[in-house]
Design a protein around this ligand. Structure first.
Ligand code: GTP
Ligand code: MG
Length: 170
């Protein structure tokens, strides 16, 4: 039985992790957000793949590395959020590599730039096979928000990566 219980957005500060979660839940962009969103479970019947989805935010200011790794070990999929107008914000992706958890690379704040960050992202995607997919979105413009969570569900239910390659499992 496949359980989709945890989705964990994690990344550097101020990239919009909390805003993305709150925008998904309320369907509007909140002007002010707490450092960390409360854990929520989206009921199965309102998710695209019909599985209950538990979403866990991460705040560097409020949580230790140990707490982060504990959450990572419980997660079925991790959304690594960076800000498309801040290339340095993708560096922390390395934090969560090697955990055999499918990853989604999320480029938030697409409303602030004209050009896509895909050129920067592609080499990373090619280097790390656990990255299932990438998506550019904007919490502010409500762009690709539901898509992002759909991709996260899909990465758990229908994984494509070599994470699940039989040779690797032996
Ligand atoms: P920490 O928890 O402090 O690490 O930050 P975070 O990653 O949770 O980011 P947060 O949601 O607190 O947002 C940081 C700032 O970016 C806030 O001022 C948000 O209003 C702003 N922000 C979030 N998403 C977007 C977006 O899509 N576009 C724009 N222009 N601003 C955004
Ligand atoms: Mg936050």
């Amino acid at each position: 039985t496949l359980r989709l219980s945890q989705t964990l957005p994690v990344s550097t500060a101020k990239v919009g992790k909390t805003s993305l979660i709150m925008t998904l839940v309320s369907e509007e962009f909140p002007d002010e957000v707490p450092l960390r969103a409360e854990e929520i479970t989206i009921p199965a019947d309102v998710t695209p793949e019909r599985v209950p989805t538990h979403i866990v935010d991460y705040s560097e200011a409020e949580q230790s590395d140990e707490q982060l790794f504990q959450e990572i070990s419980k997660a079925n999929v991790i959304c690594i959020v960076y800000s498309v107008n801040n290339k340095k914000s993708i560096d922390k992706a390395s934090y969560v590599l090697g955990y055999r958890v499918p990853l989604i690379l999320v480029g938030n704040k697409s409303d602030l730039v004209e050009h896509s960050s895909m050129e920067t992202i592609l080499p990373i995607m090619n280097q790390y096979s656990e990255i299932e997919t990438c998506v550019e979105c904007s919490a502010k413009n409500l762009k690709n928000i539901s898509e992002l969570f759909y991709y996260a569900q899909k990465a758990v239910l229908h994984p494509t990566g070599p994470l699940y390659c039989p040779e690797e499992k032996e």
